[in-house]
Structures are given as C-alpha cells and as structure tokens.
Design a protein around this ligand. Structure first.
Ligand SMILES: [Zn+2]
Length: 233
C-alpha cells in the first residue's frame, strides 16, 4: 500500500512518482469528503487510490478535483482517476482552454522547443468550473486561490486557512529539500513566475506542500521569506 504523508491537520501528500518527484494532495473537508489537488501523470490512478485507501478513503469520497495548472504531470491522471470518482474538475479561468483542448501553453525556452523536450500534447480534460484569483473555495475553513501566473498563464497556488498550509503548485519547487523557482525550461514566462511567487511571502504560512519536492513543516514562513528575499535582490 502506498502511504499518504500527513503534512498538517487533514492535509496529506500523495506521491505519484517516486518518493516526492510528483505529488498530489488530499484535503479532508468537515463532511469527511476529500478534495484532491492535482492527479499526477496519466498512469497515477492506482497510486492515488492506494494512497487514499491508506487514510481510509475511496475514490467515491472525493468530491472535487482542483488543478494547479494545465501540464501533463498535474492533469494527466484526471480522466482515469475520475472514471472511479466522477468528481467536478476545477481549474483557473486562464488555463481552462489548454486543459479542454489538450494542448499545454507555449514555453518560452527555444531550447525546449527545438529539442521538443516539452510535450505540448496533454490529455483533454473537461472542466466543470473555473476559479479566479482570491476566490475562497468553500472547503474546510476556506481555501484561498492565489493566482501565480508564469509557469502557465492560469497557474495557481492554494492556501488552506484552517491550518495555514500553502500548496505551491509549480510556483516553487523543493527538490533536494531546497526551495527553488519554477524550472525555467517549462515556463510560459519565467520572469512572471518569479514575480508572482513573491505574493506567497505575504501569507501566514505554517506548512508548505510542493508538487515537486518534500513538504516544509518547520519554520515554514521564515524559510519561504528568506528564499523570496534572497532571490529578489
Ligand atoms: Zn509540474
């Protein structure tokens, strides 16, 4: 069985590739239903189901799938998982067309384009609804949508008000337990990504969950602020 990793009260990280290369998150709402953030690559369904099982949940307990952005390592698993779950799927307004057309946004890097390192074709995912910056989703004590564009135009991070947990999406990475900016090679606009990440430093953060890397649960706010200050100088 694949274990979920608890990062704060009612919030679990689900590794869908290796131990922390690609992560999804499960948030338990007050009605005991699950909100899933991202669904990993196409082949992630078994892992998602197994990790949910480790916290006593089934795919049918999932009542909503939130997507941080329209890249294949985040929405590739939606269709297969949703065959078991039948949940509404939400994404930011500006990434909706990419998800529905099955084409990821352009990347700025000529290198990535030339060597086709970046696969533009993604699964077509039908989107039930969209959210926008500063929306408060009625889950737990409110989940705030923070539009952090740059990695993609409609990239978002999420902030759980109940626990002060920030789910970064790809606005920030924590591979090798070191915070870094979004990988430039896969960015629509890496300068914009850096600028929009600065907003995350204003939050009262107790814990940080990353889609790529392990969580930070100790001294999270200062660690994040130190990184953002150092990188903006
Ligand atoms: Zn990613």
């Amino acid at each position: 069985m694949l274990d979920s990793i608890k990062i704060s009260d009612g919030i679990y990280r689900i590794p869908t590739l290796f131990s922390h290369a690609i992560n999804s998150f499960a948030l338990i709402d007050d009605d005991d239903k699950v909100v899933l953030i991202d669904a990993g690559l196409k082949g992630s369904t078994k892992k998602l189901i197994s990790a949910l099982d480790s916290i006593g949940k089934q795919p049918t307990d999932v009542k909503m799938i939130l997507l941080t952005h329209a890249h294949s390592d985040h929405l590739g698993g939606v269709n297969n998982f949703n065959a078991h779950s039948h949940s509404p799927v939400l994404i930011h307004d500006s990434d909706k067309k990419y998800a529905q057309d099955g084409k990821a946004p352009e990347v700025e890097s000529a290198l990535a384009k030339v060597f086709t390192l970046f696969n533009k074709n993604i699964d077509k995912v039908s989107i039930t609804d969209t959210f926008k910056d500063d929306d408060i989703l009625k889950v737990r004590d409110g989940i705030q949508v923070i539009h952090t564009p740059g990695h993609t135009p409609g990239h978002v991070s999420f902030y759980d008000k109940k626990t002060g947990t920030l789910i970064t999406g790809d606005a920030l990475f924590n591979m090798r337990d070191k915070i870094t900016h979004s990988v430039k090679l896969f960015c629509y606009d890496s300068k914009m990504a850096k600028e929009s990440a600065i907003r995350l430093g204003d939050l009262d953060v107790e814990a940080i969950g990353f889609m790529h890397g392990r969580e930070i649960t100790q001294n999270a706010k200062n660690t994040l602020k130190d990184f953002l200050i150092k990188k903006s100088q």
